[in-house]
Ligand binder design. Structure first.
Ligand SMILES: Cc1cc2nc3c(=O)[nH]c(=O)nc-3n(C[C@H](O)[C@H](O)[C@H](O)COP(=O)(O)O)c2cc1C
Length: 388
């Protein structure tokens, strides 16, 4: 069953016409699966990435296909980019062909720093092999074109068969190498090889606790931002506390941020969040901490697009803990989260969440402050009905 998707470049245009960044959720191994993508989509995320899928396994193994990529057959599919790990042009092209009927586009991971990936010349190791990356995206585009997909970028923006091919990169210590990499992968302006580019401005060895390198982002976007739409991945914690400024974000309300002059990045087109959106799937809807309604939405999605129980618990412990932004209010205290993790099945888990939620509502009613998205009934009632 083919589905019609809005072309990712059209989403970039729509966001721009609304004078805001494009909002995207990052590829996250284990986590960015269907129920999570559907949840963040309900809270304003424009474009969602799958976790990295190994193209070679995907091409050869039906079970890998069934477990690595799930789509919704019921209701709107969030605009989805399938991310692959690959190092052979034909492998990426074939895997892309397999998913093209069910996704808005495909993306190549050139950022995974893990040693197993680099040892196999996957992920960040590709940052040392720009010709191979160029060949992979060219072959993929050609293969998709032969299959009847429209890969003409802006020319095919309104075609239901339009699909995108993109890459996600890290930066080098010597930024000139990153400039060379992008120049090669981008190709000629009149027919560039990629639709858009995601930059994670950390090197392969920078820990994620070190802030992103905003200066390198500024240089790369001012050099390439007029030639290709660019997303930033890294430290997108809340919309109010971005580590840079732009005409596409309202002035920060955070007094701490107002004190430090932030670098302006006028050529940046969009944001990608990983750790923060895991903790707060509602961040693009303007919430600075995870609301209960997002927990409810997630559980409803899980009922229809199941995840392994341990993974559900892990998602919930992220969502119920203090998030990545300055608002450190948590839905559950540490002992409460430990009690939640002790639940051994979905029914116990729903009872647990219902009880905690009811307590919070009582407290809010007592203080006349319903700050949790306006949901007042027992939020898990609908879920119970769905499961019966
Ligand atoms: C749990 C987890 C899994 C990740 N998996 C992937 C992945 O499959 N592909 C990828 O390109 N990046 C992956 N990343 C990196 C993120 O996409 C992102 O680039 C990085 O975490 C920086 O963004 P952040 O500061 O918003 O977390 C992962 C990150 C986390 C935390």
């Amino acid at each position: 069953m083919d589905q019609d998707f809005v072309h990712p470049l059209k989403l970039f245009d729509l966001a721009k016409s609304q004078k805001r960044f494009l909002y995207t959720s990052a590829p996250m191994v284990r986590y960015s699966k269907l129920a999570f993508r559907q949840t963040v989509f309900e809270y304003g995320t424009d474009l969602c990435w799958t976790p990295m899928v190994l193209a070679k396994e995907f091409n050869r193994n039906r079970f890998a296909r069934d477990s690595d990529f799930t789509i919704s057959t019921n209701g709107p599919q969030p605009p989805t980019i399938v991310q692959f790990g690959a190092n052979v042009p034909l492998e990426l092209a074939r895997a892309s062909s397999l998913v093209a009927p069910f996704a808005s586009g495909v993306d190549l991971n050139c950022g995974c720093p893990q040693s197993w990936a680099c040892a196999e010349t996957l992920g960040a190791a590709l940052m040392e092999n720009r010709e191979l990356v160029r060949d992979m995206v060219i072959e993929t585009r050609e293969h998709l074109r032969r299959d009847g997909w429209r890969v003409g970028k802006e020319k095919d923006i309104d075609s239901p068969k339009g699909r995108s091919v993109s890459v996600k990169i890290r930066v080098h210590k010597d930024l000139r190498k990153t400039m060379d990499f992008i120049t090669t992968v981008l190709g000629p302006d009149q027919d560039r090889h990629i639709d858009f580019l995601t930059i994670h401005p950390r090197t392969r060895s920078t820990p994620s606790s070190t802030p992103i390198n905003v200066e390198s982002l500024e240089i790369l976007t001012s050099t390439f931002g007029d030639r290709v739409p660019i997303l930033v991945s890294g430290d997108v914690f809340t919309l109010n506390t971005l580590p840079f400024t732009s005409h596409l974000v309202p002035p920060s309300q955070d007094p701490q941020q107002q004190q430090q002059p932030l670098i302006k990045i006028p050529k940046l087109a969009g944001l990608m969040s990983a750790r923060a959106i895991l903790a707060n799937p509602a961040l693009y809807a303007g919430y600075d901490a995870c609301p209960w309604s997002a927990v409810e939405t997630f559980m409803n999605k899980v009922a229809k697009a199941p995840l392994p129980f341990k993974l559900v618990l892990h998602h919930l412990s992220e969502m119920c803990a203090p998030g990545m932004g300055p608002n450190k209010n948590a839905l559950l205290s540490k002992p409460e989260r430990a009690a939640m993790l002790a639940c051994s099945n979905t029914v116990d888990l729903i009872d647990f969440l219902d009880e905690k939620r009811a307590r919070v509502l009582q407290q809010q009613e007592a203080s006349q402050d319903n700050g949790a998205g306006g949901v007042v009934a027992s939020v898990f009632d609908g879920l119970r009905r769905d499961m019966q």
